[in-house]
Design a protein around this ligand. Structure first.
Ligand code: HEM
Length: 692
C-alpha cells in the first residue's frame, strides 16, 4: 500500500492535514538542489521529511526494495520518511556484512514499535550488555534443557501425536447426515463455489436439484465396487442400469447384508432391518438413515470399515438405479455436458461415496492446530508443561501473539515507525499495545504459580532456571539483569519468535504438498520406504534426502522473514567501498538471498532439486539463509529445524493433503498475506488418513 492509499484510509481531518504537508514538501523538494552524499551508498533522491515514501509499497516494502537494487546495486540508501536506511541485497553482500563484519552490523535497530513492545528488555529488541547476557542465558539454558538434542526430540514427537489426533478429527461426520440430502451435504462440506458457477442458475432449489444430479452422475461414473459380494451385482447393473428392477437390487442388497456375519453378539438381525425394508425401498432417505444408525454399533475397527464399505456400495447402487430410472434422457445428456465442462475446468466433483466413507475429509484451516502444536513445544521448554489445544487462556495467548506479528507488518505501523506522533490515531497501534498488556499479565500469572513450587535444583523450564539465577544474583550482585522485566520479555520473545515462524513454514510446506501432488507422492514413497509405519525420528533425516530437500525448498520459497529484522551499525563502517555511519539502520534483505538469481537455478519456482545432487543425495547450499546469520542469527534455529522435520514427516506419513473439494491444485493460491512474516493467504485443505 503506498502512502497516498494509506492517507485515503485515514479520517478526513488527518487526511487533509497530511495532504497539505505533502504539498509543501513537494514544493521544497522541487526547488532544492542535489546534496552531495559523498561515498555513502547511492539511492533514490529523498523528499525532505517524507524521504522516499512515495516510491515504497508499505504493505510489501521488500518488493520495492528488491526492484530498487536492480537500479542502485547491492548496497543502497533509501529513506523511510525521515529515517535513513541502508539496504543490503544478494547473497554475497548480505553474507559479507552479517558474517564477515558481524560486530559492525550486529546491533538491533529498535524502532518505535519494537521499543513500545519490549522497552529494550529481553533478546529480540535489546542491545548492549542486556542483549548479550540474556541471549547467553537463553542459549545455555535451552541447551541444558535439551534443545536440539534428545530431550526436545521426545517432546516434539509427543506433540506430533496430539496434532495427528486433531487433524484426524477433521472428517465428515456421517452421524450428522440426518437430512440425507446429498446436495445439502456437499454444500455443507465442500464450499463448492466453482460448481455453482458452472451451473449458472440463481434459483436455489433448481441448483440443489442439479447438484444432486451432478453428484449422482459422478458417482455413477466413478463407482468402484470392490467387495466380492457386489461384483456380480455391479455386472447386472452395468448390463441394464435402466431396466433392472430396483426391488431385485434391493433384495440382493438385503441378502448380502444379512449374510455378512461378524463375531460377537451383534448380528445383522439386531438391526431391526427386516421391519424397515418396505419403507426403505420406497424412500432412499430412509436407507441412508439406516446407514447412519449402523454407526451406533460398536464393532472392531477393521470390521466396521469392511461392513460400511459393503453397505454403502450396495445402498448407493440402489440409490443410483432409482435415480437413473427416473431421470429423463435429455437431463442425463445435460449432466454429461456439465460433468465434462467441470472436468475441463479442472473441477474435481466429490462423490457421495467419498463423502460417506470419509474419503473426503472436512476441509480445515491449518493455522490454529499447527500454531497450537508448535506453541506447545515452546511452552514445554519455557514452563515445563504443555497446554490442551482447547484451553481458552492458551488459545488467547497464541492468537494475540500472532495478531501482533501480523499487524506489526501493516502499512499503518510502518507509518508509525516513521512518524511516532501519529500513534494516537492508529487503531493498529492500540491493538498491539492491548495484546501486549494482556500477554504480559498472563505470563506474570504463570510465573507466580511456578515460583510457589520452585526447586532451584530441579528446573522444569526456562522460567525456573531464570528464577534460580535471580535468587543467586540477588544474594550477591547488585544491578543484576535477572529482573522481572527481562524474564517477561524473554518469554514473550521466545513465544513470538518461535511459534508463528515455525508453524507458518509448516503451513507453507503442507500447502505446497497439496499444490504439487507429484512431489507429495515422492515424499510419501520415500517415507514409506525408509520409515514405514513407525514413528519418524531425527536420525531418519540422513536417509530421507528428498524429504529433507522439500523442507529446505519450502523454507527458501516461502521466504517468511523477507526483510529480516532490522540491524544497526555499532560503529562507523567502510563496507564495499561505501561509508556507513555508526547507528545507521541496515536491512540485510533475506528475500534477496533466498531468491538470488546468481545462486538458485529457478529462484521463483518450487524445486526441491535445488538441494539434491544428480544421485539424489541432499546437498547444503550456502545461500540458504532463512535464519539469517552472524551475531544476531536466529537463536532457535536448531529447535526450528527439528520441529520442521519431525512435524512434516509425521504429518506426511499419516495424511494425504489435497485441495478442498471443488478446488483444483492449480487454484491453490501461493500469494502471501500481508504481515511482518509472510504466511499463506487464508485457505483450507483436506487431510485424508492414508491408513484408514
Ligand atoms: C522456521 C522458523 C524460524 C525462522 C525462519 C526464524 C528466523 C529468524 C530471523 C530471520 C531472525 C533475525 C535474525 C537477525 O536479526 O539477523 C530471528 C531471530 C530470533 N529468533 Fe528465530 N526463526 C525461527 C524460529 C525460531 C524459534 C523456534 C525460536 C525460539 C526458540 C526463535 C527465536 C529467535 C530469537 C530469540 C531471535 C532474536 C535473536 C537476537 O536478536 O539475538 N526463532 N529468527
Amino acid at each position: 500500500m503506498t502512502l497516498v492509499e494509506e492517507l485515503l484510509l485515514q479520517p478526513v481531518s488527518t487526511g487533509i492535514l497530511l495532504g497539505a504537508v505533502l504539498m509543501v514538501l513537494l514544493v521544497v523538494y522541487l526547488f532544492s538542489s542535489d546534496s552531495d552524499t559523498g561515498k555513502e551508498p547511492p539511492g533514490p533522491k529523498p523528499l525532505p521529511v517524507l524521504g522516499n515514501l512515495l516510491q515504497l509499497d508499505l504493505s510489501r516494502p521488500y518488493v520495492t526494495l528488491c526492484s530498487m537494487s536492480k537500479q542502485y546495486g547491492s548496497i543502497f540508501t533509501v529513506y523511510f520518511g525521515p529515517k535513513k536506511v541502508v539496504v543490503l541485497t544478494g547473497y554475497q553482500t548480505v553474507k559479507q556484512a552479517l558474517v564477515n563484519h558481524a560486530e559492525e552490523f550486529g546491533d538491533r535497530d529498535i524502532n518505535p514499535i519494537f521499543y513500545d513492545i519490549s522497552q529494550g528488555f529481553g533478546i529480540l529488541f535489546s542491545n548492549g550488555e542486556n542483549w548479550k547476557e540474556m541471549r547467553r542465558f537463553a542459549l545455555s539454558t535451552l541447551r541444558d534443557l535439551g534443545m536440539g538434542k534428545r530431550g526436545s526430540e521426545e517432546r516434539i514427537i509427543e506433540e506430533t501425536w496430539y496434532l495427528r489426533e486433531v487433524v484426524e478429527n477433521f472428517k465428515v461426520n456421517t452421524n450428522n447426515c440426518t437430512s440425507m440430502d446429498p446436495s445439502a451435504n456437499i454444500l455443507k462440506f465442500a464450499d463448492d463455489t466453482k460448481v455453482i458457477g458452472l451451473i449458472h442458475e440463481g434459483d436455489e432449489s433448481a441448483y440443489r436439484w442439479r447438484v444432486d444430479q451432478v453428484v449422482l452422475w459422478t458417482i455413477y461414473n466413478n463407482l468402484e465396487l470392490n467387495s466380492a459380494k457386489t461384483v456380480e451385482m455391479r455386472m447386472d447393473f452395468r448390463r441394464s442400469p435402466l431396466t433392472l428392477p430396483t426391488v431385485t437390487i434391493f433384495n440382493r442388497t438385503v441378502s448380502a447384508v444379512q449374510s455378512f456375519k461378524f463375531p460377537g453378539t451383534t448380528t445383522t438381525k439386531d438391526l431391526t432391518w427386516d421391519s424397515n425394508i418396505s419403507s426403505m425401498t420406497k424412500r432412499t432417505q430412509q436407507r441412508m438413515y439406516f446407514l447412519c444408525q449402523l454407526r451406533k454399533f460398536t464393532l472392531p475397527q477393521e470390521l466396521m470399515v469392511q461392513f460400511y464399505t459393503t453397505i454403502i456400495e450396495l445402498v448407493i447402487t440402489t440409490f443410483i438405479t432409482f435415480w437413473v430410472s427416473s431421470v429423463p434422457k435429455h437431463d442425463i445428456h445435460r449432466l454429461q455436458r456439465i460433468i465434462r465442462s467441470a472436468e475441463t475446468n479442472g473441477v474435481k466433483l466429490p462423490t457421495l461415496l467419498d463423502l460417506l466413507t470419509s474419503r473426503i475429509r472436512k476441509p480445515f484451516d491449518t493455522t490454529q492446530p499447527l500454531n497450537y502444536a508448535i506453541s506447545n513445544i515452546i511452552s514445554a521448554i519455557v514452563y515445563g508443561s504443555r497446554f490442551e489445544y482447547s484451553d481458552p487462556q492458551f488459545q488467547k495467548m497464541v492468537n494475540r501473539s500472532n495478531e501482533n506479528i501480523r499487524i506489526t507488518g501493516s502499512a499503518s505501523i510502518q507509518l508509525y515507525n516513521m512518524f511516532p506522533w501519529f500513534r494516537l490515531w492508529l487503531k493498529d497501534w492500540k491493538t498491539i499495545m492491548t495484546n501486549r498488556e494482556k500477554t504480559l499479565k498472563d505470563i506474570m500469572q504463570i510465573v507466580h504459580s511456578l515460583q510457589e513450587t520452585l526447586n532451584p535444583q530441579e528446573c522444569r523450564g526456562i522460567i525456573d532456571c531464570f528464577l534460580a539465577c535471580k535468587q543467586k544474583m540477588e544474594a550477591g550482585e547488585k544491578n543484576s539483569l535477572f529482573h522481572e522485566q527481562n524474564l517477561l520479555h524473554i518469554i514473550s520473545n521466545l513465544f513470538a519468535a518461535g511459534t508463528e515462524t515455525t508453524s507458518t513454514t509448516l503451513r507453507w510446506g503442507i500447502l505446497l504438498m497439496a499444490k504439487y501432488p507429484h512431489i507429495q507422492d515422492q515424499v510419501q514413497q520415500e517415507i514409506d520406504r525408509v520409515v514405514g509405519g513407525r514413528q519418524p525420528v531425527l536420525d531418519d533425516r540422513k536417509n530421507l534426502p528428498y524429504t529433507d530437500a522439500v523442507i529446505h525448498e519450502t523454507q527458501r520459497l516461502a521466504d517468511i522473514v523477507p526483510m529480516n529484522l532490522p540491524h544497526t551499525t555499532t560503529c562507523d563502517v567502510n563496507f564495499q567501498g561505501f561509508f556507513i555511519k555508526k547507528g545507521t539502520c541496515v536491512f540485510p534483505l533475506l528475500t534477496s538471498v533466498l531468491k538470488d538469481e546468481n545462486e538458485w537455478e529457478s529462484p521463483y519456482t518450487f524445486n526441491p532439486g535445488h538441494f539434491l545432487d544428480e544421485q539424489g543425495h541432499f546437498i547444503k547450499r550456502d545461500a540458504f539463509m532463512p535464519f539469517s546469520g552472524g551475531r544476531r542469527v536466529c537463536l532457535g534455529e536448531s529447535l526450528a529445524r527439528m520441529e520442521l522435520f519431525l512435524f512434516f514427516t509425521t504429518l506426511l506419513q499419516h495424511f494425504r493433503f489435497t485441495p478442498p473439494p471443488g478446488l483444483s491444485e492449480e487454484q491453490l493460491d501461493l500469494t502471501p498475506a500481508v504481515g511482518f512474516t509472510l504466511s499463506p493467504s487464508p485457505h483450507k485443505l483436506s487431510a485424508v488418513n492414508r491408513f484408514a
